[in-house]
Design a protein around this ligand. Structure first.
Ligand code: GAR
Length: 204
């Protein structure tokens, strides 16, 4: 069994995908025991409350203090897996090292298998830069690549550079804007995040 904490900072459509998968028995043995947002007005918190899930706003003004509070919460709720689903804060190495292979992150770009490296070879053989950090869809558009995607990877102290669990490519279309591309990436992510939890449960 896997007790999940889902961490969000925004709309929480990927949290919703997990809730829907749980409610339709696509994640047998899993359960969301806690939803945390660093933003008080994140719509993800509303989604959690609608489904009667414990949902908390945890301010993130001083990272060390907030991380301590988060660790206490994760222990209290006996969390097995921490899912970063649109979580926009970077954790300290000290935090991450307390949960080895127990934090996974959804990132809206393609990341290599081992997580490291500056380039990624896509299925059509093209070599594309790895877009890490914020605004990955915008970075892909600005770089003029034809393919981007999304990756779920283990979180390690190096940002967006941990080993991948699963990923999917998304083609960039003519006329794409950042919003349109980000939206198409999200459509793919809604099944990718579920697949990632299934994979994690098989390997855990
Ligand atoms: C997702 O596209 C996710 O990949 C991205 O934020 C979006 C959250 O959407 N995450 C990052 O950029 C992390 N650096 P959601 O709130 O609707 O699930």
């Amino acid at each position: 069994p896997a007790r999940l904490a889902v961490l969000v900072s925004g709309s929480g459509s990927n949290l919703q995908a997990l809730i829907d998968a749980l409610e339709s028995q696509q994640l047998p043995g899993a359960q969301i025991v806690l939803v945390v947002s660093n933003k008080a007005d994140a719509y993800g918190l509303q989604r959690a409350l609608k489904h009667r899930l414990p949902a908390l706003y945890l301010p993130w003004k001083q990272r060390a203090q907030s991380e301590q509070q988060l660790v206490a919460l994760l222990r209290l709720f006996e969390v097995d897996l921490i899912v970063l689903a649109g979580w926009m804060r970077i954790f300290s190495a000290e935090f991450i090292e307390q949960f080895p292979r127990r934090i996974i992150n959804l990132h809206p770009a393609l990341i290599p298998d081992d997580g490291s490296g500056a380039t990624f070879t896509s299925s059509d053989g093209s070599i594309i830069p790895v877009f890490r950090g914020m605004h990955a869809a915008r970075q892909a558009l600005e770089a003029g690549v034809k393919i981007t995607g999304s990756t779920v990877h283990y979180v390690t102290p190096e940002v967006d550079a941990g080993p991948m669990l699963c990923r999917q490519e998304v083609p960039i279309l003519t006329g794409d804007t950042e919003d349109k591309l980000q939206e198409r990436i999200k459509q793919v992510e809604h099944s990718l995040i579920v697949e990632a939890v299934q994979l994690w449960m098989r390997t855990a």
